[in-house]
Design a protein around this ligand. Structure first.
Ligand code: KIV
Length: 272
């Protein structure tokens, strides 16, 4: 579905909740810049995440840890300027909320004030309960993130599937219930078994959004650059690649170079 109408109805957290209630799946993608966000929004996704995966995708870091709150605000404000319909959610980056709930609140407020985004996302369960509650009490909608939480990669040691064992699965379910009870509007479930996603999604009232978490989540999210095939070589099992932009872009740029070197660009019509 494309959205061409001039009086576009904004997607809100309430609309996301209603979608779960009537069993309509929620489509979500990441975006980090103005041009891409405009394309993603016009195509009709309900939710755009300015993920800290910008650290990998946009800046070339190996992990999400180095990205700063200023850099997240830069990406988020660029996205917000382009988006007319989707709900824009921004990741609180590593180190901006783990210290204490006051720090978490300050970071969330900075993101909301300086980027114009609509909600924030934090990784973790019980460990960050107080911070999430403080942010919620300031009127800022919060999305949780459980399962594989990339900001803790050095604790996990690998990017493999999480919560396969009973103890971790039980904690994840409890964390999801807690995030629901305290008032989060949604929770991302990353790289966990499908059966656990189903159990969580059926046990909580707020929508789950899965990535590598199987078909039972209330919505799905992927990293835009992976969906478009921009990053060659990243092909995890959970990823469905819908285009091969790397090859398409390479061909276009190769042709441009050929035309410049062959002196066929610019021609007369392309000159003043
Ligand atoms: O940073 C990100 O892109 C994310 C998604 C993978 C959910 O957190």
């Amino acid at each position: 579905m494309s959205v061409h109408s001039s009086d576009i109805k904004r997607v809100t957290t309430h609309i996301i909740q209603e979608m779960k209630t009537r069993g309509e799946k929620i489509s979500c993608l990441t975006a980090y810049d103005y041009s891409m966000a405009g394309i993603v929004d016009a195509a009709g996704v309900e939710l755009i995440l300015v993920g800290d995966s910008a650290s990998n995708v946009m800046a070339g870091h190996e992990t999400t840890l180095p990205i700063t709150i200023d850099q997240m605000i830069y990406h988020a404000s660029s996205v917000v300027r382009a988006v007319k319909r989707a709900l824009v959610v921004v990741d609180l980056p590593f180190g901006s909320y783990q210290g204490n709930s006051g720090e978490a609140l300050r970071s969330a407020i900075r993101i909301m004030k300086e980027s114009g985004a609509h909600a924030v996302k934090l990784e973790g369960g019980l460990e960050i309960k107080e911070s999430v509650m403080r942010i919620l009490s300031a009127g800022v909608p919060v999305m949780g993130h459980l399962g594989l939480t990339p900001q803790s990669i050095y604790k996990f040691g690998t990017y493999t599937v999480r919560a396969k064992e009973e103890v971790e699965a039980k904690k994840l379910l409890e964390d999801a219930k807690m995030l629901d009870e305290i008032g989060c509007f949604s929770v991302v479930l990353e790289k966990i078994p499908s059966a656990l996603t189903r159990q969580v999604s059926e046990s909580i009232s707020i929508p789950t959004v899965g990535i590598g978490a199987g078909p039972y989540a209330d919505g799905q999210i992927l990293v835009l650059h992976d969906v478009l095939g921009i990053n060659k070589g990243f092909k995890p099992r959970f990823l469905r690649q819908y285009a091969n932009l790397n090859d398409i872009m390479n061909e276009a740029i190769t042709n441009y170079i050929k035309d410049v070197k062959g002196k066929s660009f610019p021609n007369e019509k392309e000159s003043y």
